[in-house]
Write a protein that binds this ligand. Sequence first.
Ligand SMILES: Cc1ncc(COP(=O)(O)O)c(C=O)c1O
Length: 391
Amino acid sequence: MKLNPWITAIEEEGAFFVLDKALAMKAAGRPVINLGIGQPDFLPPEHVLAAAEKAARDGPHGYTSPVGILPLREAVADKVGTRYGVDVHPDEVVIVPGGKVTFYFACLLFGGSGAEILYPDPGFPPYREAIKSGGARPVPYPILESRDFGFDAVEVLSLITPATRLIIVNSPANPTGGVVAAAEMEKLAKGLEAFPEVAILSDEIYSHLVFDEASFAGILQFPNLRDRAILLDGWSKTFAMTGWRLGYGIWPKALVEHVRKLITVDHSCVNGVAQMAGLVAITGPMDAVERFRQKFAQRRDLVVDGLGRLPGVTCRKPGGAFYAFPNVSATGLESKALAARLLDEANVALIAGDSFGDNGRGYLRLSYAASTAELEEALARMKAFLDASRR
Ligand SMILES: Cc1ncc(COP(=O)(O)O)c(C=O)c1O
């Protein structure tokens, strides 16, 4: 059989590989603590569950509009518009099954041979694979610890060539938890005025998980980019609904017809139950979301303190999301080997930093979406392992 090389070249996301391995070990009776996969360990808010139950009975049961039911698009437009003080029209909102779909479709739309797409390194691995499968060349830009895991706008702009069609940015970020400073985003937005053909996709899936006074700027706050900015967000991380597969993109109006066509080829529409639940989630009270945020902030402090006490490990305090990205280079172990040994010998699942790009070498990603007891136990196991490996 002859297969499409764009597709066979795709690499599976490391977090899912580790998830499968950790689940198999657990099923075999091993006491694995899984800090690998990035998903909230909370239940969705009760009123959202009730809405889903009702929708499972009352519908909609058939196909909906490919871009999503109108009340949901209106609610998203209203919520996002109010949040950033801008006008968002429901026709710019496209409901999709999860956050990933928005950047995947953007990579198809801006791809093709000869195109280049810029993406963060370390960054969410599916960006690179989506770029490759759309036929464009992935061009990484560095996210460095010395910049508090943000980017340098001047450096990003310097990587633009006549072939560049799209820049992907992500803040708060996976895998580092870094929040790009508003001033740096502004510099990028200003600099992009010199490159009117380059679009920007801002992955803001963790935008409700910003801690302290970390300055977060949403892409819609830059009116000069409005006609070429794509905002990616969704319900997965904000409402603890990762398995529901529900996300949205806010697209420049001119692009929506193309996204709509891709949807009709790909998945027709998002299931009606998830859409109805999503509607209640974003129009209802946000106290559960705030509770999740505060819980994550407490766990972040616990994890960053604990990691800082491990031999050979240092960890910056991340400004958002639910990931810590400790620097383990002084342990004397390569991050891939260290992650593999922590799973095999200490029953702690985490992800090697280089799974997220070359600049992640020397780091681990730890998802602190786990209970305090699990986090404390994982830190104790890591300490015992690292103490023993020093002897
Ligand atoms: C940065 C980032 N964007 C998008 C997603 C995908 O979200 P979803 O599960 O809604 O597809 C994730 C999930 O881990 C993520 O970390």
